[in-house]
Design a protein around this ligand. Structure first.
Ligand code: ADP
Length: 505
């Protein structure tokens, strides 16, 4: 009887425990949802704040430049002051957005290899002026036994160090700011920023990494700032597998030291972005990366020593170009089937082009740099990297993304092709009349001296600003307010480029 009474007791406690656990789980889910709403709200708000700021900054800047020479010095100063305040506001909004992303664990880390020397000289040139302007010296010291390269997220690393140097210069009125790189042992490096400035009182030193905490938080304080920089930096340092420490003495100065691993290997994946898409992106990125490094191994050849691939017969089968050829526009044909490449070559030659054939995507990308083609014919199924990777590479490089690409492929992926920015898509087999149509599409893009630009923007102030900024003799701007209007205009006419607002009614 006693045993069964005990058992009953235990069962009752268990029930209560279960109920409590359920309650805690519900609370946790609720908190998670609230955090998500909060960060969504912040992201939306930042976006909404940025839209009006965009016009404000552009116009204030235009006024401050006083192009029409009709403003008084006072008015110019006012316009400059609006511009500077707007910049500060933008900085604050960006910081808030960063903080909310960090809180919601939605920051992505992009690891790449970077040269320490390059990073060091980059900071030297970025901050020397700022230090000069305050009459202090800015030194960069690189220690012994440093690795040539580190693997990390360079963008985030620079964000942290930039913030440390900015603070150091801000809080130092005389003396120097020194940025040093040291080998910290056990596969780590330390990057420290030392100043001879006002320093931090011992009782405040632990709070400076907290959001919105400033040693002097009073309204009459001498230095501006948001108090967010260090808390963002601390979290970012965490993401890079490292940490930031600080040593400081009032009136003597402070030293902030960031210690990070030389090679950041794997990163916890933050956020809810779906894994599948990331994997696909990684694949195409790595394909592209390998080409780029191949490219780097072969320094760009001068025009006179351009050679054509010798495993394929090219129409200009000589290795140097005659003067007449130099004047012609170049059509680059990236196609592994020699027969079809030859047909294409002859066709475009007949229509007044110089042609260059690349049998692989890797060669194609290389020849784009070497020969600066006017347009490109691209096959999709290629040995090595495929046409999509070539397309991705071309469109992500500002030097090459304007070159019209016409795809000719055995598979019908026309929608994807057009989405990726091709001017046209032909499915093999193609007829001569198909080729003529392709040529026509390419020539429309090449021949238009007057470029038509479509601006899709519902905010009328911003729209006016853009029209004012961009409308010149050789660019004709058409404006649309809704997505529907934009689509019907796009169906009607060809535009060279479109500026598209994402948030439309
Ligand atoms: P902000 O500089 O925008 O105020 P931070 O988070 O970067 O925000 O810094 C927080 C506070 O830490 C600063 O307001 C300042 O009081 C203190 N601080 C940071 N760096 C230094 C420095 N190099 N010297 C003295 N005080 C500093």
């Amino acid at each position: 009887e006693m045993l069964s009474a005990q058992k009953h007791e235990i069962e009752k406690s268990n029930e209560i425990l279960k109920a409590k656990q359920k309650e805690i789980e519900d609370k946790a889910a609720q908190i998670k949802l609230e955090t998500q709403y909060k960060s969504e709200f912040l992201a939306n708000m930042s976006h909404e704040l940025r839209t009006p700021l965009n016009s404000l900054l552009l116009l204030a800047n235009m006024l401050a430049e006083n192009e029409e020479k009709n403003l008084t010095p006072d008015q110019i100063e006012s316009a400059s002051s609006i511009y500077r305040s707007g910049q500060n506001l933008l900085h604050l909004i960006n910081n808030i957005l960063d903080i909310s992303k960090i809180e919601a664990k939605k920051i992505d880390i992009n690891i790449s290899e970077c040269s320490l020397n390059e990073i060091a000289s980059h900071f030297k040139s970025e901050f020397t002026h700022m230090a000069d302007a305050k009459g202090i010296s800015f030194n960069v010291i690189t220690g012994d036994n440093l690795p040539d390269f580190i693997t990390t997220d360079i963008y985030r690393l620079e964000q942290i160090v930039r913030n440390l140097i900015g603070n150091a210069i801000k809080f130092t009125d005389s003396g120097s700011v020194t940025l040093s790189f040291k080998n910290a042992g056990s596969q780590k490096i330390s990057i420290s920023v030392a100043d001879t400035g006002i320093g931090i009182p011992p009782d405040k030193i632990n709070t400076v990494f907290e959001a919105f905490k400033q040693v002097d938080g009073s309204i009459r304080r001498k230095h501006d700032g948001t108090g967010l920089g260090l808390s963002i930096s601390k979290e970012l340092a965490n993401l890079l597998g490292g940490k930031i420490s600080v040593q400081s003495e009032p009136e003597k100065g402070s030293t902030f030291t960031l210690t990070i691993p030389v090679h950041l290997k794997s990163v916890k994946r933050y956020g809810s972005s779906d894994g599948k898409r990331d994997a696909a992106d990684d694949k195409s990125n790595s394909a592209v990366k390998s080409t780029v490094s191949d490219n780097n191994l072969n320094p760009v050849k001068s025009k006179s020593e351009l050679s054509f691939p010798n495993n394929i017969e090219t129409p200009n089968d000589e290795s140097t170009l005659s003067q007449a050829d130099e004047d012609l526009k170049t059509m680059l044909i990236i196609e592994d089937d020699p027969e079809f490449a030859n047909i294409l070559s002859n066709f475009f030659k007949k229509h007044g082009y110089r042609t260059v054939v690349a049998p692989t995507g890797e060669d194609g990308i290389k020849y784009v740099t070497d020969t600066k083609p006017a347009a490109i014919i691209l096959d999709i199924a290629l040995p090595g990297i495929d046409g999509w990777a070539v397309m991705h590479e071309l469109k992500s490089n500002p030097e090459t993304r304007h070159i019209p690409v016409h795809i000719m492929s055995g598979h019908d992926y026309s929608l994807k092709g057009l989405e990726k920015g091709a001017v046209g898509y032909l499915t093999k087999p193609v007829s001569i009349s198909d080729l003529e149509k392709a040529l026509q599409k390419i020539e429309i893009v090449l021949s238009s001296d007057v470029k038509h630009l479509l601006v899709v923007e519902d905010n009328s102030d911003l729209q006016l600003t853009i029209l004012k900024l961009i409308g010149t003799n050789d660019i004709i701007v058409t404006a649309a307010i809704t997505g529907e209007e934009a689509i019907s205009l796009l169906k009607e006419r060809h535009f060279y480029c479109m500026i598209l607002d994402l948030g439309l009614p």
